[in-house]
Design a protein around this ligand. Structure first.
Ligand code: SF4
Ligand code: SF4
Length: 94
């Protein structure tokens, strides 16, 4: 279960989740390591042909980037932490 708020800001207002580079993602030859690694059901494989999707972006733990290490082709990236932090502060009214 994901947190509903982060630093007092509703999680759904915080744009933090993995970004998939489909030029690089090869689905790990049918055994997606990012999906296996993350315990928060952020990823799903859907469609025909099969494709990795970010199914539950708000389940991603804000500022976590751990699954990036699981991706050998380096197909995962994340938003700029500084920008997201600035947005959180703005939403909190700092
Ligand atoms: S960054 Fe962390 S929480 Fe988000 S999808 Fe990857 S492992 Fe899961
Ligand atoms: S670990 Fe990387 S290559 Fe494998 S499914 Fe995830 S994004 Fe694609």
């Amino acid at each position: 279960m994901s947190e509903e708020t982060y630093m007092g800001v509703p999680r759904k207002k915080i744009p933090w989740s993995p970004i998939i580079d489909y030029e690089k993602c090869d689905l790990c030859d049918g055994d997606p390591q990012c999906l296996k690694f993350c315990p928060h059901q952020v990823y799903a494989v859907t469609g025909q042909p099969k494709k990795l999707e970010i199914e539950n972006p708000n389940n991603c733990v804000v500022f976590c980037r751990s699954c990036r290490k699981a991706c050998a082709p380096n197909a995962l990236s994340f938003p700029e932490k500084k920008e997201v932090l600035a947005l959180i502060k703005k939403l909190r009214g700092y």
